[in-house]
Design a protein around this ligand. Structure first.
Ligand SMILES: [Mg+2]
Length: 177
């Protein structure tokens, strides 16, 4: 199989990164395990939108994102099982800063050679694959996707019905590999 794995919210803890930055600024932070909506700013008072935009484009932010437990091991196991694996991620913020940092993040947090396994796109429907593991509730684009969207289980995608869902605890059972 070709397995596409999203980065933010699946391998890299984007929301924890934002929370840490808000705390540095002595700002109130919502409970990120209770989010009802996908975008961090939508779980905050309206004035947070700008601050979060600034944080997202800050030098070092994308590279410093903490990794999500079990992600690296899962990717390694997928390769070991003979699967084709790519990290499929949408760039955010100031691309000049965040794109190189995403590549560096993968090399540093997943392992050497993983920068070459990154597919950067704002439209994941254009990418071929059998499975896309992604935390976003609904993935839209200009094409009818050829992959099956398997949700990475989060509080903000709980409402989605009819899709398989997994975490790095149970992914092998769910995918049957
Ligand atoms: Mg994501």
């Amino acid at each position: 199989m070709i397995i596409l794995v999203d980065m933010d919210g699946v391998l890299a803890d984007y929301n924890l990164g934002i929370e840490k930055e808000l705390k540095k600024r002595c700002l109130w932070t919502p409970d990120r395990n209770e989010f009802k909506t996908f975008y961090y700013a939508d779980n905050c008072p309206p004035e947070y939108g700008k601050v979060i935009d600034v944080i997202g484009s800050k030098k070092g932010f994308a590279f410093d994102l903490p990794s999500i437990k079990g992600g690296k091991e899962a990717l390694e196991k997928m390769l070991e099982l003979g699967q084709e694996v790519r990290i499929c991620t949408a760039p955010f913020g100031d691309y000049k800063i965040t794109i190189p940092e995403k590549l560096a993040w993968a090399e540093y947090n997943i392992g050497k050679g993983w920068a070459k396994k990154i597919v950067l796109t704002k439209d994941k429907t254009l990418i071929r694959g059998d499975i896309l593991i992604d935390d976003k509730p609904k993935i839209l684009g200009i094409m009818e996707p050829v992959w099956e969207h398997v949700l990475y289980d989060k509080s903000y995608n709980k409402e989605v019905e009819g899709k398989r869902r997994l975490t790095w605890e149970n992914w092998r059972e769910v995918l049957g590999i």
